[in-house]
Write a protein that binds this ligand. Structure first.
Ligand SMILES: Cc1cc2nc3c(=O)[nH]c(=O)nc-3n(C[C@H](O)[C@H](O)[C@H](O)COP(=O)(O)OP(=O)(O)OC[C@H]3O[C@@H](n4cnc5c(N)ncnc54)[C@H](O)[C@@H]3O)c2cc1C
Length: 288
């Protein structure tokens, strides 16, 4: 099923994101995690595309296997990093042959050790070019797009980031998923600015339940999302007690989730980090 057909129904569109593990044992563990989360009846699950396209085949294998064997709808992430359009066409063909209907085309981050994204010769420089390519090639996938309530780390200001997002929307994405954020005001203000700019696509908030303080500090530094002082204060109080950190993270994300859905968000996308318990606790506490 195409994900855009799920919006506008009575149920929120709830999705879980996973990344491809590096070892066969890790893959089996992930598969068990997806199976555990399946009982929550997610609208779809998505599998990321590793830096530099390093997980190309495992992304394709995982989305195919989850869809075929577990009967859960999937979306494959795909980046432009280090690939020519011919190489990307091959990946898209494989996804199509595997019966995948949903793709999240991204530019991707600069490879490790490089500070700027450089497109390869014959490749793409921005996500909107990849989106346009997929449309022009007639693949017929339902396409998601990434967006950034607090602005993308490389963007000069929120206005230019929004006008760049507009290019991706005009190129043909069907819905948007946000970068993780911890302050709902950032989401609501972003949605307001997007609507004013004429973007009327579903904008799904992306949430990451904090389970580890050092890890979230690393992520937020990388992706430019800020941790509100109140959340930081609570985490500092419990930082030496791992289970209290998880409880704090679950409580915060569940509160965010409740307010987002009450105030009109079309669903929630959980950055699970391949773990089931925090996502499960939030889901259950909200009775989703
Ligand atoms: C939901 C989600 C899922 C993700 N999944 C993955 C994943 O699986 N693998 C992975 O490696 N990374 C992933 N990322 C991270 C993502 O690759 C990075 O944030 C990357 O830096 C930007 O990708 P993008 O597709 O948003 O790029 P773009 O939309 O191309 O934007 C990148 C930057 O360029 C600017 N820009 C965009 N278009 C233009 C234009 N036409 N002209 C000038 N400037 C422009 C934007 O303002 C922005 O600053 C994900 C992010 C999100 C939010």
């Amino acid at each position: 099923m195409k994900i855009n057909e799920l919006f506008g129904r009575s149920e929120p569109v709830v999705s879980f994101e996973f990344f491809p593990p590096k070892t066969p044992e890790g893959t089996e563990k992930l598969y068990a995690t997806v199976e555990q989360l399946k009982v929550l009846r997610p609208s779809f699950v998505s599998v990321t595309y590793g830096a530099g396209g390093s997980t190309r085949q495992s992304t394709i294998d995982l989305v195919s296997r989850i869809k075929k064997d577990l009967g859960v709808e999937t979306m494959a992430h795909l980046t432009c990093v280090g690939s020519t359009r011919e190489e990307i066409r091959v990946v898209l063909q494989r996804l199509q042959e595997a019966g995948i209907e949903n793709v999240l085309p991204l530019r991707g981050d600069p490879p490790q050790g490089e500070s700027e994204f450089c497109k390869v010769e014959g490749g793409f420089g921005y996500a909107n070019e990849l989106v346009e390519f997929i449309g022009d090639e007639g693949f017929g996938f339902c396409l998601g797009g990434a967006c950034y309530p607090e602005g993308h780390v490389e963007s000069v200001d929120l206005e230019s980031d929004l006008s760049n997002l507009m290019k991706k929307v005009e190129a043909g994405v069907d819905f948007l998923i946000t970068q993780l954020f911890f302050d709902n005001k950032d989401y609501f203000s972003f949605v307001g600015r997007a609507r004013d700019a004429g973007i009327d696509l579903p904008i799904v908030p992306g949430l990451m339940p904090i389970t580890n303080v050092a890890q979230v500090e690393r992520f937020t530094k990388m992706c430019g999302s800020k941790i509100p002082p109140e959340l930081m204060r609570r985490l500092e109080i419990v930082q030496d007690d791992p289970s209290a950190v998880v409880a704090t993270g679950v409580y915060w994300a569940a509160s965010q989730c409740r307010q987002l859905l009450d105030q009109g968000a079309p669903g929630v996308h959980f950055y699970t980090l391949n773990k089931s318990s925090a996502t499960m606790a939030i889901h259950t506490s909200l009775g989703l």
